[in-house]
Design a protein around this ligand. Sequence first.
Ligand code: PMP
Length: 457
Amino acid sequence: MILEHNSTLSENTKKSAELFEKACEVIPGGVTANIKYFAPHPLMMEKGKGSKLYDVDGNEYIDYLLCYGALILGHGHQKVFEAVTKQMLESGTTIFGTPHEMEIKMAEKLIELYSGIEMVRYTNSGLEATLLAIRTAVAYTGKPKLAKFEGHYHGGYDQVLVSVNPDMDKAGDPKAPKSVGESRGLPDYYIENTVVLPFNDLESTEKILRAHAHELAGVILEPIQGGFIPAEQEFMDGLRKLTEELNIVLIFDEVKTGFRLSIGGAQKIYNIKPDITALGKVLGGGFPVGAIGGKKEIMMITSARGGRDILTAGAKNTDKRDPLYHSGTYNGHPTILAAGLATIDVLEKEGTMDDLFAKTQSLRKQLEDVYKKHGLSMQTVGMGSIFNIILSENPIKNYRDMEKADMKLRKEIDYELLKLGVYTKPLNRYSMSVVHTENDILRTVEAHDEAIKRVLK
Ligand code: PMP
């Protein structure tokens, strides 16, 4: 059984506990995103600065959650603050509610950086981006179903809330995983119409894709599962070839990996052009955003020109081309795009990404040494600026491999780390920012040393 309570966490976080209780009276479960809950209560933050978070009890934390990876420049980066303020003051508004030039600027930037992107559409979240990507694939191919990989997350909606973290007794054969629904309220339709694939197993993936090719619109994947388990190059090459041959749209969900694996995402590292790319997180510089980009031929089916107007009552639909409907009040939000462009601008400065990766490597290596010193089997798994700590000697290539890791011990260590001022949600991956310092790394390594001592005692 994984540790569910750690009462000593509450000793220095009494205000968090009190606030959480209050929250529970007005917000079901006290959180507005289920992932943000952990027992006995999540920590309520009050301030952020650079690589640090400060909770309502005044505790300081070195932040490795970084809003689930979004804050690659850390908290409150001056360039982001300036860009947002400038945009609002100069334009005199938060949002125009019309097309504007920055939408073009950001699109041009994404086209320059991402080999698979020839045209762009904006959304308000990563969830909406993958949703639009999937609808676009269905519209483009005229086929009804989607294939996704076991253990991959693409947002919290019906079509992809399938086999993200399935119980082993329901998940079926590792070579032919079953579709397992992950939420109450999920219509059976999506479980029946979502084909589940085994990550990093090309042979089995090929078998399943060939069997379903006639009905599959797209394959969606996190090129790096959960942001930390890399696809093998051979697997990626094979998947690209297969999807091309079978007329299946290949969708890279780069919501986590975009700007984090390389500035041009996973597609740059793997030298693969997906048909559609979904972006989010870093793209918004800490504000809510998403985008999809892809081949012109595919993306053009979202074009409003020549499409029917379904929202204006009485509008004459003279051109009867079926629309692929995509809209959103806040799509292409200028304040948010300003934050995103400022973020990309910082990342593009020479040496920035290399420094970030070197720092991440250094932390990984030092952590591996500490665990080894204590006689624990541990490996860091990841790429670029993201990694995870896996307490297992076995190679980690997919969801099933994660089952072999010691999650109980990891969780106990994570709770101690919270008390020692190192923040990530227990069991979550580590994301680095450009503002983490050598001293942060040193403190983090020392905290792990102490946490392991306490847990092993
Ligand atoms: N895809 C991936 C790979 C993600 O990691 C996430 C968020 N963790 C999403 C999609 C959904 O993004 P959002 O939370 O912005 O809706």
